[in-house]
Design a protein around this ligand. Sequence first.
Ligand SMILES: NC(=O)c1ccc[n+]([C@@H]2O[C@H](COP(=O)([O-])OP(=O)(O)OC[C@H]3O[C@@H](n4cnc5c(N)ncnc54)[C@H](OP(=O)(O)O)[C@@H]3O)[C@@H](O)[C@H]2O)c1
Length: 278
Amino acid sequence: MRVFVTGGTGRIGSAVVAELLANGHAALVLARSDASALAVEAAGAEPLRGSLADLDILRAGAAQADGVIHLAFGHDFSSSEAIAKAVAEESAAIAALGEELVGSGRPFVTVSGTPVVPGRASTEADPVSTDGPVGGRGRAVSAILSLASRGVRSTAVRMPRTVHNRGEGGFAGMLAGIARRTGVSGYPGDGTQRWPAVHALDAAVLFRLALERAEAGTARSSRRTSHRPAPTRSGRSAGGRAIRASSRTWRTSSPDASKAMRRRLPAQPAARCGRWSG
Ligand SMILES: NC(=O)c1ccc[n+]([C@@H]2O[C@H](COP(=O)([O-])OP(=O)(O)OC[C@H]3O[C@@H](n4cnc5c(N)ncnc54)[C@H](OP(=O)(O)O)[C@@H]3O)[C@@H](O)[C@H]2O)c1
């Protein structure tokens, strides 16, 4: 497939683009700057210059693709206004992408979050929150999933709060960064909370599988490709793994790093991902 990808230069998106190319797809990647366009070309994909605010460019990207994967988001959490602006920009962008795909039967894979349920682990049956500062993101994803009834094979991949690569990313990456700066490996509260996490290379497989075979209107979490979450204070948690990953160059500098990370992924759960509806 020729796939239009937004956010294809980000932590998750760059892994998704590599995963697509490695599996015989071509990628047309939204690039909002010269630097991003160069990065896209270096990855072996084709840049499409524009930003999330350029709705005509987004429509044009979707129109010339066999499917869309949306991952771009402006992570400016400096003020409530900045967050609201990013959420509004993304909501308009994915609505435009979705409308372009109506009636085509083409896949539209978008990213979503993992619901927070007080007192127990959340499941895929729990709805994503539509309240709070980023509640608009949940509403936008719900709207996209509802396009399943209008001829879009729309799906959402629910990411945990930590998607990491090279010791960075998400909540665990923040803890790893603090540990690197201060030499202290900390955790919030008493450290008994369990944060699910997934490596970006593993998440990328799930995005590709969703593109290729997910049923319209479905949302799945990355738990099937993720580590079992350990207590945050444990060295086995994603934070602990991230700290170890950042201190061992072989994990990141070896040409076989990607292969090594794949080996950490148990084959059976990966195979189960293929049965998206299972
Ligand atoms: N990492 C995590 O722990 C995590 C967890 C749960 C959900 N997610 C979600 O997964 C998605 C991808 O996350 P990530 O960690 O890969 O993010 P990231 O590393 O910050 O990358 C963001 C991507 O979006 C692009 N982008 C941002 N604003 C844009 C705009 N206005 N126009 C065009 N492109 C724009 C960036 O382009 P440039 O390269 O040009 O800056 C980059 O490609 C996001 O929706 C994020 O909220 C991430």
